[in-house]
Design a protein around this ligand. Structure first.
Ligand code: HEM
Length: 225
C-alpha cells in the first residue's frame, strides 16, 4: 500500500516555529503595553534568544529536515529551483526548498541580531539592557537604533514569508502551512523514498536547556565580572 502522507517535520521544529511566532507577537505587545521598566519585554527577548539558539543547535544535530547541512544550498541550487518552480515538474523537497531555506536563514539571523541588540539597548531613564555596562556609549546608541528599526525590518521579511506561504497554497496549490502544524506532507509533493528521520525529543530538550543556560549566563554576566 502506498503512503498518502509522509512525515516531514519533527515536533521540536514545529513547536519552535509556532512558539517563535507567539513570542514575536508578544515582544511587540510587551513593548507597546508592558510595564515602564520593560521587564516583560526583556524576559520575552531572552526567551526568543533561547529559542533561536536552540534552533541553531537543532540545526546541527536535529532530525534530517531540521539540519542546516540538508537545506542550506548555494546560489546555483536556488536559481535552479526557482527555474524549475515555473515548469510543470518542479523539484520536490521533503524539507525546505532552497529559496525557502534562504528566507529561514535571513529570518533567524535578523531575529538573533534583534534580540542581541536588545541586550545593549537603554532608554537612559528606566530601562537598561543587561549588557549595556559592557559597551561604549557609541555602541549602545547604535545597538538601540538597530533594535528600534530591526523590528520593522523583521516584520517586512515575515510579511514576505507569509505571502510566499499563501502563494504556494493558492497559486501553486501546495499546502506548506499544514505540514508545519501536523508534521506530514502529501506524498506527491515529496521525492520518492524520502522521509523524516526524527531525533529524540529528549535531545531537543537538552539543546533547549543548554540554550537557556547560555542566555541566562550572558544576561547575568555582570554578576561574574
Ligand atoms: C513572526 C512570524 C514568523 C516567523 C518569525 C517565522 C519564521 C519561520 C522560520 C524560522 C521557519 C523555519 C522553520 C525551521 O526550519 O525551524 C519557518 C518556516 C515556515 N513558516 Fe514561518 N514564521 C512566521 C510566521 C508564519 C506564518 C504566520 C505562517 C503561515 C501562514 C508561516 C508558515 C511557515 C511555513 C509553511 C514554513 C515551512 C516552509 C517550508 O516548507 O519550507 N510562518 N518560519
Amino acid at each position: 500500500m502506498t503512503q498518502k502522507h509522509i512525515p516531514a517535520w519533527d515536533i521540536p521544529t514545529r513547536l519552535f516555529h509556532w512558539l517563535l511566532v507567539a513570542l514575536i507577537a508578544s515582544a511587540y505587545l510587551t513593548y507597546e503595553f508592558g510595564d515602564v521598566t520593560m521587564t516583560y519585554h526583556m524576559w520575552n527577548g531572552y526567551a526568543i534568544l533561547t529559542l533561536c539558539l536552540y534552533r541553531l543547535l537543532w540545526g546541527l544535530i536535529g532530525s534530517n529536515t531540521a539540519r542546516f547541512s540538508q537545506f542550506i544550498k548555494g546560489p546555483g541550487a536556488i536559481i535552479g529551483y526557482l527555474k524549475s518552480a515555473r515548469t510543470a515538474t518542479p523539484q520536490k523537497f521533503l524539507g525546505h526548498n532552497p529559496a525557502g531555506a534562504l528566507m529561514v536563514l535571513v529570518l533567524l539571523a535578523l531575529i538573533i541580531g534583534q534580540g542581541s541588540m536588545g541586550l545593549f539597548t537603554t532608554d537612559e531613564i528606566l530601562v537598561e539592557g543587561p549588557l549595556v555596562f559592557l559597551a561604549s556609549s557609541d555602541w549602545v546608541d547604535l545597538a538601540g537604533s538597530l533594535h528600534r528599526i530591526g523590528f520593522w525590518v523583521i516584520m517586512g521579511f515575515v510579511a514576505l514569508h507569509v505571502v510566499a506561504a499563501f502563494f504556494y497554497l493558492f497559486v501553486k496549490k501546495e499546502n506548506l502551512i499544514r505540514p508545519m502544524v501536523t508534521g506530514n506532507k502529501e506524498a506527491e509533493s515529496v521525492p520518492a523514498g524520502e522521509t523524516l528521520q526524527p531525533r529524540s525529543p529528549l535531545l531537543a530538550l537538552i539543546c533547549l536547556a543548554i540554550s537557556a543556560g547560555v542566555v541566562w549566563f550572558a544576561v547575568n554576566i555582570g554578576a561574574y565580572l
